[in-house]
Design a protein around this ligand. Structure first.
Ligand SMILES: [Zn+2]
Ligand SMILES: [Zn+2]
Length: 92
């Protein structure tokens, strides 16, 4: 049993059924473009990964919140790992 089993899953065209993760839209763009834009990740107590790019990380909490829900997208854990690898980040 891993904690991932409790995380809601998403079905990805590339990776199949995977735990969901949350990233800013810029990270999705960076994967599409193959260009590293930073990857500041964290993991919530319920095991859900999230990550934001350098630009979003540089914003104040207020400025980040002002971007609203459209700035954050759900992607699968496989895509999340691809984005981390693009930025040469190793996830624990
Ligand atoms: Zn961003
Ligand atoms: Zn995927």
């Amino acid at each position: 049993m891993t904690i991932e089993n409790q995380v809601p899953s998403v079905t990805c065209g590339t990776h199949g059924k995977q735990p969901q993760t949350f990233v800013c839209v810029h990270i999705i763009e960076s994967v599409k473009e193959g260009e590293a834009k930073g990857f500041w990740w964290s993991r919530s107590e319920d095991g859900i990964w999230d990550a934001i790019c350098n630009d979003c990380n540089a914003l104040s909490q207020e400025a980040f919140d002002a971007l609203g829900a459209d700035n954050i997208k759900t992607i699968c854990l496989g895509c999340f790992e691809d984005a981390a690898a693009l930025n040469e980040i190793e996830l624990d």
